[in-house]
Design a protein around this ligand. Structure first.
Ligand code: ADP
Length: 247
């Protein structure tokens, strides 16, 4: 058994992973006393959008946490193709509204991994932060408190923080959930643009519209993979009704 998720050193392309950005094999993971993911085998293709779909509690966030390296696998393998460590964008709700942070400070935190907590940001860091904020259309919100932004604005600030990490693998937890249709659409288009520009995007979602815009869906049911493939093949009425049983 080899668990490789902490090894992110650049190196020659991995012949075994090929066009897969991440290859997940027989993965088990969860929390102390609470196994969640069981025997999960799936591929995250490079330069595509993958949606993790499934009911609440099916293990979407847990899988993102494992991909991000913040939750340890208990067994199985994760193999990453060459690239930078992933950027993890947690749920908006997980980012305290009460935190006295401006939008700019929030995006600057994306440079901490590179710079360390206490070192001043360099001119180059600032350029990266500015360009991420421009890209997400939040440059004019720089001085505003995170807590006073709309859900859609806050989500774009958090994605800008992810971009500021300059990773080619973005992991997002429910980026469109709870947003109005216009804000949802904007995020979906932005993420598709990032993919077109060379980023691999994985998003956990129970927004079926967002899932339909993905290249590949991984359908999770009770910690197991119930389907993998293009949305039109995976998100069938039969598959969804089997999984979303009325309580
Ligand atoms: P989803 O993202 O699909 O809603 P999660 O991955 O958040 O699912 O949760 C999967 C299961 O793991 C759920 O039963 C949930 O209660 C449990 N769980 C999530 N986080 C924790 C935690 N920190 N400690 C223990 N159990 C957890």
């Amino acid at each position: 058994m080899t668990i490789m998720f902490k090894k992110q050193r650049p190196g020659p392309p991995d012949a075994e992973t090929g066009h897969q950005r991440v290859r997940i094999t027989d993965l088990d993971a969860g929390y102390p006393g609470r196994p969640v993911l069981r025997q999960l085998t799936a591929d995250i293709r490079a330069l595509t959008m993958t949606a993790l779909v499934g009911p609440n509690g099916s293990g979407k966030s847990t899988l993102l946490g494992v991909l991000a390296g913040v939750i340890d696998a208990t067994s199985g393998q994760l193999r990453y193709a060459e690239g930078r460590p992933p950027a993890f964008i947690p749920q908006r709700g997980a980012v305290g509204d009460a935190l006295p942070l401006t939008a700019l400070q929030t995006v600057e935190m994306g440079r901490w991994g590179e710079r360390g907590l206490w070192r001043r940001l360099t001119r180059q860091d600032r350029a990266v932060v500015d360009s991420a904020m421009e890209r997400l259309g939040v440059a004019d919100l720089a001085a505003r408190q995170l807590g006073e932004l709309s859900g859609g604005q806050r989500q774009r600030v958090l994605i800008a923080q992810g971009l500021a990490q300059q990773s080619d693998l973005l992991l997002l937890d429910e980026p469109t959930t709870g947003l109005d249709p216009e804000a949802r659409e904007r995020i979906t288009v932005l993420l598709a643009d990032l993919v077109a520009d060379g980023t691999t995007v994985v998003q956990a979602t129970h927004d079926l519209e967002a899932a339909r815009a993905a290249d590949t869906c991984l359908l999770l049911s009770d910690g197991r993979l119930a389907g993998q493939g293009p949305p039109e093949q995976v998100l069938t009425v039969t598959a969804l009704s089997r999984i979303w049983q009325p309580a």
